[in-house]
Design a protein around this ligand. Structure first.
Ligand code: SF4
Length: 334
C-alpha cells in the first residue's frame, strides 16, 4: 500500500475516531501528500472538525486601536516603525471602538478583537483598553478579545479582570525559524505571555503566518508547538508580502501548499478553532477559501484586516450561506 494512503488512514483512526492530533513526523507526511490526495485530505479534515468542533463557524471582527509605529522588526509586518512601509501611526478613541463593535455585531459576529501594534502595552494603552472593554460590554452584545503584545503578570491580571475573555498573541512561526523572522524579541518571550494568559483563565488564541520561507518540516514543527499550547483558537495567515518590509519580495505560497497546511493544522489540533485570518484572498482566492471552509477551517475574520483590505463582509457571509455553514450564535458560547 502506498505511503500516502496509509497516512490518511492513520489520521482517520487516530484523529477522526480518537481525537488525538498527529505528531510532527505524521504532519510532515501530510504536508508532502501529492496534489491528487488534497481532496481526500480536505474531506477528512472537514469530518474531523465537524466531529470534534461542531458545525458552526465563528465570525470575528478586528479593530486596530493603535496602528503602525511598532518598535519591533517582524519581517512580514508593515506596522513596524523600523521599515519603510506606508502604514501610518493612528490611534482610535473609545467612541470609535464602540461604534466598530456595534457594526461588527450587526454582521453576526460573536467576537470583537481589539488590537494594537506595540511590543507590549504601556499604562496609557492599558487604561484605554480597560475603558474600551467596559464601554463595549455596556453597549454591545459581543465577546471582547484583545491582542496588544507581550504582557507582564500584572497586565494579564488586569485584562482578565476587565473582562477580556480571549487573548491573541501569535507564536508567528516555528521556534527554529523565528530568528529569521524577528530579531528584536524571542519566541520564548511570546510563549511566556501565552502561559500567563492561560494561567489567568483567559482563552488562548495563537497562530501565525505560513509561507514566510519556512520548510515543510518547520511548518509541521509549528503546528505541533501550537498544539502544545492547547489553544482555543489558531488564526492562520498566509504571507501577503507588504511593500517596504524585508519580506516584500518573498513569493506567495502556492494554493495547494496552503490547503495541505490547513489540513495538517486541523489534523494536529482536532479540538481547536482554526481561523482564516490574513492573506487568504491572495493565496487561495474565492474557490480555495471555500475549500478551506470545507476542509478544517471553522472561523473567519470578516471585513478588513489590520493593514490590508480583505473581502467585503457581505461576500464572506454570502459564501457561508451558500456553503450552508451555520454561524455561531452568542448565547450558544460555552
Ligand atoms: S507583528 Fe506585532 S510586534 Fe511585530 S512589528 Fe508587527 S505590530 Fe509590531
Amino acid at each position: 500500500m502506498p505511503n500516502t494512503t496509509s497516512i490518511l488512514d492513520t489520521a482517520r483512526h487516530q484523529v477522526l475516531e480518537d481525537g488525538i492530533g498527529l505528531d510532527q513526523s505524521q504532519l510532515i507526511e501530510i504536508l508532502n501528500l501529492p496534489d491528487e490526495d488534497i481532496p481526500a485530505l480536505m474531506e477528512l479534515a472537514h469530518q474531523v472538525r465537524l466531529k470534534w468542533c461542531g458545525e458552526e463557524i465563528e465570525v470575528e471582527g478586528i479593530i486596530s486601536l493603535k496602528t503602525g509605529g511598532c518598535p519591533e522588526d517582524c519581517h512580514f509586518c508593515s506596522q513596524s516603525g523600523l521599515f519603510e512601509s506606508p502604514v501610518r501611526s493612528v490611534w482610535l478613541d473609545i467612541e470609535q471602538l464602540v461604534e466598530a463593535a456595534k457594526q461588527t455585531a450587526k454582521s453576526g459576529a460573536t467576537e470583537f478583537c481589539i488590537v494594537a501594534a506595540v511590543k507590549g502595552p504601556d499604562d496609557k494603552l492599558m487604561n484605554q483598553l480597560e475603558e474600551a472593554v467596559a464601554a463595549i460590554q455596556r453597549e454591545v452584545d459581543i465577546e471582547v478579545a484583545a491582542s496588544v503584545g507581550s504582557l507582564t503578570p500584572e497586565q494579564v491580571t488586569r485584562l482578565a479582570r476587565a473582562g477580556v475573555h480571549r487573548y491573541n498573541h501569535n507564536l508567528e512561526t516555528a521556534r527554529s525559524f523565528f530568528p529569521e523572522v524577528v530579531t528584536t524579541h524571542t519566541w520564548e518571550e511570546r510563549r511566556e505571555t501565552l502561559r500567563l494568559v492561560a494561567e489567568a483563565g483567559m482563552e488562548v488564541c495563537s497562530g501565525g503566518i505560513l509561507g514566510m520561507g519556512e520548510t515543510l518540516e518547520q511548518r509541521a514543527e509549528f503546528a505541533v508547538q501550537l498544539a502544545e499550547l492547547n489553544p482555543t483558537e489558531v488564526p492562520i495567515n498566509f504571507l501577503d508580502p507588504r511593500p517596504g518590509t524585508p519580506f516584500a519580495d518573498r513569493p506567495l505560497m502556492e494554493s495547494e501548499d496552503a490547503l495541505r497546511a490547513i489540513g495538517a493544522f486541523r489534523l494536529a489540533m482536532p479540538h481547536t478553532m482554526i481561523r482564516f485570518a490574513g492573506g487568504r484572498e491572495l493565496t487561495l482566492g474565492a474557490e480555495g477559501s471555500e475549500q478551506g471552509l470545507l476542509g478544517g477551517i471553522n472561523a473567519i475574520i470578516v471585513g478588513n484586516y489590520l493593514t490590508t483590505l480583505g473581502r467585503p463582509m457581505e461576500d464572506d457571509l454570502e459564501m457561508m450561506d451558500r456553503l450552508q455553514l451555520p454561524l455561531k450564535v452568542l448565547n450558544k458560547v460555552i
